[in-house]
Design a protein. Structure first.
Length: 152
């Protein structure tokens, strides 16, 4: 692992590809979180939300909102740290997975979130799986880059 006195290993080309794509992907999540917390009904209605869904989302307890914020903004920070070649990308992505676990516990185990958000199907569950997979892959990538000495 690289530290402040160890010269950094040259960044591989794929660090920039992963970093930029993940930054764009995570920016969408951070924007969506922000619009939701600002209760931007026009944005959420344009995304297809019903009044029942809006009431559900606006009623999240503080701990669930904080966990969701850690997951979304932590993801964005993780991408920024990756592009800055900072080892903090690992910590940020670890925090993201904790935030995700808490958020999805609220949404799928403690409430009827699946039924409310997708009365006809399992779409949110599949999308959640994709989000978690991306989070795990980004953490694995950051760990790999730190181990190779690309991140300081």
């Amino acid at each position: 692992m690289a530290d402040a006195t160890t010269p950094l290993t040259k960044a591989p080309w794929h660090l920039w590809v992963v970093g930029v794509i993940s930054l764009l992907w995570n920016a969408i999540g951070a924007f969506d979180f922000t619009m939701t917390q600002l209760e931007n009904t026009a944005y959420l209605k344009a995304a297809g939300m019903t009044n029942v869904q809006l009431e559900y989302i606006y009623g999240f307890p503080l701990w669930a909102v904080l966990a969701w914020g850690v997951a979304t903004w932590g993801s964005l920070l993780g991408s920024v740290f990756l592009l800055m070649r900072r080892a903090w990308a690992v910590r940020a992505n670890q925090a993201v997975l904790v935030g995700m676990a808490l958020t999805f516990t609220h949404n799928f185990l403690l409430t009827d979130g699946l039924k409310i958000m997708s009365p006809e199907g399992k779409g949110p569950l599949v999308f959640t799986g994709i989000i978690v997979l991306i989070g795990v892959l980004l953490l694995g990538y950051a760990l790999s880059m730190r181990k190779r000495g690309v991140l300081r």
